[in-house]
Design a protein around this ligand. Structure first.
Ligand SMILES: Cc1ncc(COP(=O)(O)O)c(C=O)c1O
Length: 382
């Protein structure tokens, strides 16, 4: 029997190419840490914090164990906890809502804008109660949320803002970097992120020196001085070996981001005549395409059809957060988050990484075009 040979796989994310580019530099840095035995909060952590603060346009950066803890500790530093409500988008990764719950506060989920998949700013005011203490916008997929409107609402109601910028390293709104608009900006360096470690990592950035000091204490058992525990803190520090990886990758981050943006443009051109909804990039925004997410009818069949051709996609995320067991009783606005629910059934994340080639993008687009042309006529949009 003559089986058709499969074409080379196109993964959703390709971490190996990136690692090859930095391996020698990472090993050199790690060797210095090993030789000096400076494993916990070594100088590489401080060096990275300085560089990342500069990159974000903030005064301070505190390296943390992961992005979830960045949001949790941000809430703790702002003294938000039991009895307080925190407004966030209904379609983020679970960590955003988990961090709110870890702090003891109540997540209040707001529906999203069908155009950019970020929190619908026209609904935020209706979700505010006397218990509301903060808004956590999520810059989902690398597209900034509408920070000017969110800032204006937060100022009017005296609310704090914590940005979940886990997917938005280097993204900008009106020329300003995500993470720098608010009280505390939170980042994840999970390996697949635009800036990813070789394991877990995260950071919180801020322009407020007191908040930065508090975050430093919270990550290290509440200590400023050894054995003087002033707060109920945690063991939540960025690992020095991970800081080595991040320092190496920082040198490439802007180039890699531009490569992602070029790949996004290739997708736009190749899919221009295909009946799918392409992501919108706002004029005021620098979208950094952590993910390139389209909307399409019969999403699951499309993913299966592409997998047959060795093209691998993802779904971020298949269920609105408020449907997760820990949050089924959480307040939502409106009640059933219709846009979140509809979008969750239609979104597909296409292969996206800096090293993806134009030919690979063309192959993905051609496969989508062939699938869509075999489908029933178009669906209605929300
Ligand atoms: C939007 C969002 N928030 C928070 C997180 C949590 O980050 P981490 O996995 O580093 O804890 C992630 C990433 O996983 C994320 O994508």
């Amino acid at each position: 029997m003559n089986a058709t040979p499969k074409l080379d796989p196109i993964p959703l994310v390709d971490l190996q190419s990136q690692s090859r580019a930095i391996k020698a530099d990472v090993l050199r840095r790690m060797e210095q840490v090993i030789d000096g035995a400076r494993y916990i909060l070594g100088q590489e952590v401080q060096e990275f914090e300085q560089q990342f603060a500069n990159y974000c346009g903030t005064e301070h950066c505190v390296g943390l164990a992961n992005g979830t803890e960045a949001i949790h500790l941000a809430l703790r530093a702002l003294e938000i906890g039991a009895g307080d409500e925190v407004i966030t988008a209904g379609n983020s990764f679970a960590a955003t809502a988990f961090a709110i719950a870890y702090a003891g506060a109540q997540a209040v989920f707001v529906d999203i804008d069908p155009v950019d998949f970020n929190i619908d700013v026209s609904l935020i005011e209706q979700a505010i109660t006397e218990r509301t203490k903060a808004i956590i916008p999520v810059h989902l997929y690398g597209q900034p949320a509408r920070m000017d409107t969110i800032r204006e609402i937060a100022d009017r109601y005296g609310l704090k803002i914590i940005e979940d910028a886990a997917q938005a390293h280097g993204a900008q709104w009106n020329g300003q970097r995500c993470g720098s608009f608010c009280d505390i900006g939170c980042f994840s360096f999970y390996p697949g992120k635009n800036l990813g470690a070789f394991g877990d990592g995260g950071a919180a950035v801020s322009n407020d020196p007191q908040l930065a000091d508090k975050l430093r204490m919270l990550r290290n058992y509440g200590q400023q001085q050894k054995n003087r525990h002033e707060l109920l803190g945690y063991n939540c520090r960025l690992d020095t070996l991970q800081a080595c990886v991040l320092l190496s990758k920082m040198q490439h981050l802007e180039t890699w981001t531009e490569q992602r943006r070029t790949a996004a443009q290739w997708y736009r051109e190749a899919l221009a005549d295909v009946d799918v909804e392409l992501p919108v990039a706002h004029e005021q925004a620098r979208h950094v395409y952590h993910l390139f997410v389209i909307r399409v009818a019969n999403r699951d069949q499309l993913i299966a059809a592409l997998a047959e051709q060795n093209i691998f996609c993802g779904v971020h995320y298949p269920h609105p957060l408020c449907t997760a067991a820990p949050f089924v009783d959480a307040p939502t606005l409106p009640l059933d988050l219709p846009v979140c629910s509809r979008v969750a059934d239609e979104i597909v994340s296409l292969p996206m990484y800096p090293e993806i080639t134009r030919d690979q993008v063309a192959r993905v687009a051609a496969a989508i075009g062939a699938f869509v042309s075999q489908q029933e006529p178009a669906r209605e949009s929300v």
